[in-house]
Design a binder for this molecule. Structure first.
Ligand SMILES: C[S@@+](CC[C@H](N)C(=O)[O-])C[C@H]1O[C@@H](n2cnc3c(N)ncnc32)[C@H](O)[C@@H]1O
Length: 203
């Protein structure tokens, strides 16, 4: 990874990791990915050829404030997210504006203009159709799907039924016990990357 990109991703990770949601208290259902840890995972996935820089198409199924989308925007061609709670999605803009100011002050790279976030249910065909209309990407063209544990069984079924062969399902928040899903193969021995991210490939 180039030096300015690495420095930028470190900064983005530190920015969001200071602003995590749901570590304690009532907002546990929308816990935030630790982007410092995700950076190490992305390095490994790029080394393994599982992310093709500026080519892969990424979809976060339950993106909350879009922090994983901002992070991935530097690495993929399109970084798309779907979030069910409108008020959670509304945090995206103000946080991004604050991040951009801080990046600019430090002479670092801004997030790329390839982020598209949608309000709705990740398993809703209507939302998938909106994504296709606005980005040109059909569900079966995404290379990488992501969830922080929410509805992972339902999303695995959706990916098994609708994604293309070889697509990767990234499930963050797992540790020792890794679930198996019909139609997807757990990528071993790499999983769980950094002890937290399980990778599955559509058969
Ligand atoms: C644990 S948070 C993870 C947020 C973000 N992906 C991250 O890793 O930092 C999961 C989010 O998924 C949302 N969610 C749950 N089920 C969903 C669904 N079916 N479609 C869209 N969003 C959903 C929740 O509202 C919550 O904001």
């Amino acid at each position: 990874m180039e030096k300015d990109l690495k420095e930028t991703l470190d900064k983005v990770a530190r920015f969001y990791d200071k602003r995590k949601v749901g570590e304690v208290g009532a907002l546990g259902f929308r816990r935030s990915t630790d982007l410092g840890t995700l950076l190490a995972c992305m390095d490994r996935m790029m080394d393994e050829g599982l992310i093709r820089p500026h080519e892969s198409l990424f979809l976060d199924l339950g993106c909350a404030d879009g922090r994983v989308n901002i992070f991935l925007s530097y690495l993929v061609r399109y970084s798309v997210g779907i979030e069910m709670d409108e008020w959670t999605l509304e945090e995206y803009g103000p946080l991004k504006a604050e991040l951009e100011q801080s990046l600019e002050k430090n002479g670092l790279l801004s997030p790329r203009e390839n982020i598209f976030l949608y309000h709705g249910d990740s398993s809703d065909d209507g939302v998938h159709e909106r994504i296709t209309r606005e980005t040109g990407i059909r569900f079966h063209e995404f290379d990488l799907f992501y969830t922080y544990l929410v509805m992972h069984q339902e999303f695995a079924q959706l990916i098994a039924a609708r994604a293309k062969k070889g697509a990767i399902f990234m499930v963050y928040g797992l540790h020792r016990i890794l679930p198996l899903y019909d139609g997807l193969s757990l990528l071993t021995p790499i999983s769980p990357v950094e002890g937290v991210l399980a990778l599955y490939q559509k058969d």
